[in-house]
Design a protein around this ligand. Structure first.
Ligand code: SF4
Length: 467
């Protein structure tokens, strides 16, 4: 008998198995790509590990010219694919930039289906007509800019775009109106590094005591020089009312080597984070992984380094058709992000962006994914699915629609804390609608009617979905 106050221990008795042992497939998130995987590509067959891990080598060999990209792919893909990509780029709103790391993660034996290729290399044969209600700056960021490159839309936070370049150019970019160089399709709104513009930005932030939270994006913070990371960080930290800062970068997903080997950049970021901590202010990194295959052992080493330095990393994904639009893929992504200490924060419904209708999917898909992934891991590691309301309503929980008509694909949102009394509409891609919805969009006279129907239903409080 156990002594009073102590539990009895029964030797040699296994604890009851309340949960069945997991299948190996359930631990797929632990299996990260490792070894010299880049050597599978003829262009990088002779590249050593030391070279491949060097951020300078990655930057120097990043491809920024379409003929160079197509040349690197010759022999890996068919001539038809090359012609298709050439024609795709000619119609794209984004310029090209891909790192050798990113190119070597693509499965070139299945280039048409590969979820990484889909995000960066357009194919003319897969493009769909833009939605009629789409425009280039769908979030209307420029309408809320008191200074060029500073969007002040929400009460307590602002978005600072200090420059307009990125380590990669993504087809789905919301800021295709500004990011990258001009393309055949689009002349860009210029947001180059400019001391005067930056000073005006800092002055504006200083003059607005309600601004507590500043996102530094771009472009991309990876492209800021270490002294620019420091200048922005120290200036903003010195403003009493600024309490939180987020450096936003796609870098960890496309060139994690920089965190590992660009000591000056990583040290500059670390010093800002530490200075923030000393001043009781939060400085974090926001990044952008969309598919589980974007996370490798190199990513893990980079995220481990940031973890050792006490730097919090959060992720924002964009929901894209054939890339990550299934519960299985998203579950694997969020578990893998958790494993490498990146917090999944948001999944964005794809903005209404020019030239990428083939990547967009329906609000219904976003709702189904949210339902499917919730519970797969801890709540703080489960992203919220949001719609960035076209026209400037800001981010809305996808479930908070006032009305959603699955036939016309029109959903209506309000944003009481941002623009009270306004209504915002999101539009599913037409090719995924049932035939009755597609028929209505085929008639331009029906377009305003469908929007007005959604508005009337929302105002009448008919939140329920119409099938
Ligand atoms: S990295 Fe971000 S800002 Fe740059 S092209 Fe991609 S989505 Fe746009």
């Amino acid at each position: 008998m156990a002594a009073e106050g102590k539990l009895a221990v029964v030797p040699d008795q296994a604890p009851p198995m309340l949960k069945a042992p997991v299948e190996p497939a359930a631990l797929e998130h632990l299996r990260l790509l490792q070894g010299p995987f880049w050597q599978r590509m003829p262009a990088y067959a002779a590249v050593s590990e030391a070279e491949f891990l060097d951020h300078r080598w990655q930057a120097k060999h990043s491809i920024t010219k379409i003929p160079k990209l197509l040349e690197a792919l010759r022999g890996l893909v068919s001539d038809d694919f090359i012609k298709d990509a050439e024609a795709g780029f000619a119609r794209a709103p984004m310029s090209v930039r891909v790192s050798p790391y990113l190119l070597s993660l693509i499965d070139w034996s299945r280039p048409y289906e590969d979820p990484l290729r889909l995000q960066f290399i357009p194919l003319a044969s897969r493009l769909l007509p833009d939605h009629p209600n789409l425009d280039l700056d769908s979030l209307h960021e420029r309408e809320d800019m008191p200074v060029p490159g500073l969007t002040h839309r929400y009460f307590d936070r602002a978005l600072f775009l200090p420059l307009d370049t990125c380590p990669v150019y993504c087809r789905f970019c919301t800021r295709s109106y500004a990011v990258g160089i001009d393309t055949e399709e689009v002349s860009k709104f210029q947001l180059k590094v400019n001391a005067d513009r930056w000073q005006k930005t800092f002055d504006y932030i200083r003059s607005r005591p309600e601004l507590e939270d500043i996102v530094i994006s771009g472009g991309d913070s990876f492209q800021l020089r270490p002294e620019q990371i420091t200048q922005i960080g120290e200036t903003l930290l010195s403003i009493d009312h600024v309490r939180r800062m987020r450096y936003a970068t796609k870098g960890p997903a496309v060139m994690p080597q920089k965190i590992l080997t660009d000591d000056a950049w990583t040290d500059a970021l670390t010093r800002v984070v530490e200075e923030g901590r000393r001043r009781h202010k939060e400085v974090v990194l926001h990044t952008h992984f969309n598919h589980p295959r974007e996370i490798t052992t190199i990513t893990k080493a980079a995220m481990d380094k940031l973890c050792e330095r006490g730097i919090t990393v959060r992720n924002q994904s964009v929901l894209q058709r054939q890339v990550n639009d299934s519960v299985d893929t998203m579950t694997l992504l969020i578990r893998r992000l958790g494993y490498v200490n990146v917090h999944p924060y948001y999944i964005y419904m794809h903005d209404l962006v020019k030239g990428v209708e083939d990547l967009r999917t329906t609000l219904a898909t976003g709702l189904a994914i949210e339902k499917g992934i919730r519970g797969a891991t801890a709540g703080f590691n489960t992203p919220t699915v949001v719609v960035d309301a076209p026209g400037g309503g800001g981010k809305r929980d996808a479930h908070s629609y006032e009305h959603y008509d699955r036939t016309t694909g029109v959903s209506a949102f309000t944003a009481p804390a941002v623009h009270p009394g306004e209504m915002y509409f999101y539009f599913d891609p037409i090719d995924l609608l049932p035939p009755a919805g597609q028929a209505r969009w085929a008639d331009p006279a029906e377009h305003p009617r469908m929007v007005e129907e959604a508005r009337a239903a929302a105002l009448a409080g008919r939140r329920g979905e119409r099938e």
